[in-house]
Design a protein around this ligand. Sequence first.
Ligand code: NAP
Length: 283
Amino acid sequence: MKKKPFGNTGVDVAVIGQGTWNVSETGARANQARSAIRCGIELGMTHLDTAEMYGAGRVEELLRDVIAGFPRESLFIATKVLPSNARYAGTLAAAERSLTRMGLEYVDLYMLHWPGDHPLEETMRALERLVRDGKTRYVGVSNFDADEMIEAAGYLNDVPLACNQVLYHLNARGVEHRVIPVAREHGIAVVAYTPFGRGAFPGLKSAGGTALEAIARKHGATPRQVILAFLTRENNVFTIPKASHIEHVRENAGAADLTLDAHDVAAIDAAFPRGEPEALGML
Ligand code: NAP
């Protein structure tokens, strides 16, 4: 699996990671999800993205069993605090609960899930404290527009803002206007969530789908691999597709080997226009 520098953190992170929202937490489907995530890790998709929100903590618990089987330093584990918990003390307490659920002493990345009502400066001070206390290696935000992202970075004194995790797929390219370029300028990684628009996308029989099929055929790849390669074509952009089926995981991992050329990018631009800048969508 190809890795690249994660913003200004100095650490290299897998270009294609694994999301965990809506992973089944019980029964046979949970076992299937565990096996799929394990397979993804073995294929190098070692960036695991979760949140205290997912399954009200049960997804973090599910991950505990999965990650226990791998050397801790081989993984890059990211989780998020809910904005409603993001006062100073609330952030520290939420992080402790996440660590306990995952059976970890530290995570690699701790993010504010989206901008909330509590003062941002207070949350960022708490995130910095978590780094000082060895509870997280890096800190980030999610669903922040470019100005909010820079404001958040400005409240950090001792550590860089590692990333902004945002909605980014072929029909939601708003972040290409400002978030991605401003993040690049400031050494901040961008993590693209919902890269497939939750699986229903794209309609492969649509005009856009046909364009993706043609590019995929040319490279001996699949349309979904083309999508992931497109989204991560900029140096500072990573992605975290969620897949609970092993065949999906294998397909997604394979995208890291694909590099698109200028013709491919132009064809995708024509089929899925970038559109006008707009407020960040949140799913
Ligand atoms: P997604 O990754 O765009 O789509 C997930 C869906 O795509 C699942 O139904 C999955 O099926 C399917 N899929 C995955 N790979 C496939 C493949 N190769 N072929 C066919 N289908 C495939 O949607 P998402 O879960 O919303 O986003 C990914 C992750 O981003 C989340 O899990 C979460 O970690 C993160 N996220 C963050 C935020 C935020 O606010 N920060 C918001 C949304 C998401 P199976 O599961 O059946 O394999």
